[in-house]
Design a protein around this ligand. Structure first.
Ligand code: NAD
Ligand code: TYD
Length: 358
């Protein structure tokens, strides 16, 4: 039985990953979810597994060396799957410090404890240990020309404080691989969407605003492109990289699903109108008139697009959920989980929203 330490497991991708793993492996794995529960962490996401005997939640900050050391001392951890991060570009533009603390120093703290726990006296490591660092395609910067893609060898060129902090953490992981032969891998995924995503990110924000009849803020000209991947495909990719990937390697994860932001917003409006019953009064105000162009994000990257060739060839992963299917499922999930959304839309969120979109 393998023991997984999942950091940031109460966040969007982390909680989907834990649900995926518990469903797939049942009692054959043990998961310790280590999360500080920032504004983005929500244990409600994990209600269905919280009482399972092979699942534990530990509230801890990954920057807190003592707390992390205690977890490594208590459990024989085989895999660290490191999601915990400050993850929102707009927040990083307003307050970069916490991004450096969590994303850079927190990653360093985890690397040091994993290395101490796994290293043998001769400098080699215990068998079958792996540290999977979950990173982003945003470290590669912005693609300006049609037909260009991010490959694993694309030079780093981060622009936002968020992507700069993720790039820094990637370099720390790489340095541990190169200097100490530390057993780690890095994945760079494109934009995820799906259930449990916090409504500061484009897709859940637009769904929520549509349902409320609020304006739909689009930055700049709305023609920026993101490469969207359904979150469960990302979770599956991480599992396959851990099982079939090679120590020390980097893998890009994406679904060749590039869309302009304006296309995404229109698809959400159309999908809601398709799904909602004609008698639903919200249908009256869900239309393109809600679209509102607002000031552009500072340093807004124009286009991201992943070439997932290596992960397909070497790991055998490819996306399984088409965008048309994934967005239907996502919209339906938010409609069925309005209570989840009502808990997330608390005073902190409303304050954030007011400041951000004033
Ligand atoms: P999220 O913001 O939804 O969740 C982050 C989680 O980390 C939260 O549960 C939060 O409480 C926790 N956390 C934050 N600071 C912490 C700390 N100091 N100690 C312990 N826990 C802490 O983020 P997400 O969208 O689920 O992203 C997860 C990871 O995937 C991040 O590393 C992100 O860079 C990466 N990623 C995200 C996307 C995306 O589209 N969302 C794409 C590619 C990569
Ligand atoms: P986001 O979901 O924040 O992800 P990221 O910045 O990590 O790609 O944003 C996705 C795209 O949508 C990005 O180009 C910014 C844009 N966007 C808007 O136009 N309006 C919004 O209110 C938000 C949150 C994002």
């Amino acid at each position: 039985m393998k023991t997984y330490m999942v950091t940031g497991g109460a966040g969007f991708i982390g909680s989907n990953y834990i649900l995926y793993m518990m469903e797939k492996y049942g009692k054959d794995i043990f998961i310790i979810n280590v999360d500080k529960l920032t504004y983005a962490g929500n244990l409600e996401n994990l209600a269905s597994v919280s009482n399972e005997e092979n699942y534990r939640f530990v509230k801890a900050d990954i920057c807190d060396s003592e707390a992390i050391g205690k977890i490594f001392a208590e459990y024989n951890i085989d895999r660290v799957v490191h999601f915990a991060a400050e993850s929102h570009v707009d927040r990083s533009i307003k307050n970069p410090e916490v991004f450096v603390e969590t994303n850079v120093l927190g990653t360093l703290t985890l690397l040091n404890h994993a290395k101490n726990a796994w290293e043998k006296s001769d400098g080699s490591y215990e068998e079958d240990k792996i540290f999977l660092h979950v990173s982003t395609d945003e470290v590669y910067g912005s693609l300006e020309k049609e037909g260009e893609f991010f490959y694993e060898k694309t030079p780093y060129d981060p622009h936002s404080p968020y992507s700069a902090s993720k790039a820094s953490s990637d370099f720390l992981v790489k340095s541990y691989i190169d200097t100490y032969e530390f057993p780690a891998m890095i994945t760079h995924c494109s934009n995820n969407y799906g259930p449990y995503q916090f409504p500061e990110k484009l897709i859940p924000l637009i769904i929520n605003n549509c349902l409320k009849g609020d304006k739909l803020p689009i930055y700049g000209d709305g023609l920026n492109v993101r490469d969207w991947l359904y979150v469960m495909d990302h979770c599956k990719a991480i599992d396959m990289v851990i099982n079939n990937g090679k120590d020390g390697e980097t893998y890009n994860i994406g679904g060749h699903n590039e869309k302009q932001n304006i296309q995404i917003v229109k698809i959400i409006i159309d999908t809601l109108n398709e799904i909602l019953d004609d008698s639903d009064i919200r249908k009256k105000h869900i239309n393109y008139d809600l679209i509102t162009y607002v000031d552009d994000r500072k340093g807004h990257d124009r286009r991201y697009a992943i070439a997932p060739d290596k992960i397909k060839k070497e790991v055998g992963w490819e996306p399984s959920i088409l965008f048309a299917e994934g967005i239907q499922h996502t919209v339906k999930w938010y409609l069925a989980n309005e209570e989840w959304m009502s808990h997330v839309i608390n005073k902190d969120y409303l304050d954030y929203y007011k400041k951000m979109y004033k």
